[in-house]
Ligand binder design. Sequence first.
Ligand SMILES: Nc1ncnc2c1ncn2[C@@H]1O[C@H](COP(=O)(O)OP(=O)(O)O)[C@@H](O)[C@H]1O
Ligand SMILES: [Mg+2]
Length: 132
Amino acid sequence: MKEDILQQGQKLSNEEIREAARVILNIKNEIKKVIAGQEEVIDSFICALLCNGHVLVEGVPGIAKTLLIKSLAQVTGCSFKRIQFTVDLLPSDILGLTTYNPESGFEIVKGPMLILLSLMKLIEALQKRNLL
Ligand SMILES: Nc1ncnc2c1ncn2[C@@H]1O[C@H](COP(=O)(O)OP(=O)(O)O)[C@@H](O)[C@H]1O
Ligand SMILES: [Mg+2]
């Protein structure tokens, strides 16, 4: 799926549309094996993924928000990382950094921003105590 990113304005043939529908249905069916219900939310996530969009997920704890994002990453072969917005967050915690290894030279350690699916989590408890 990742290799088949469309160029802007490019049209799909009927066969390609059928294939895309099949892939989307497979993604949905795999996620439904893990997540009970929440069909509309699952559809919205898949739409956002297809549009290269972003999603703001809000809800009380324990309703499978994190589990859904992790499952979507797993099913689509994307990597997943979480950014915790704590008071001691550094730019390198988001972007990553370059390290030097005497044997192999400079190495880039990718931060969550360079990972395909990033979950940015605001720590509400800290917010409530006015620490954020
Ligand atoms: N709709 C659901 N389908 C499947 N498991 C669920 C569902 N809602 C809650 N759970 C269970 O609750 C756990 C906590 O979910 P989690 O993704 O950490 O919640 P959140 O991120 O919304 O706080 C999950 O690991 C799962 O076991
Ligand atoms: Mg969570």
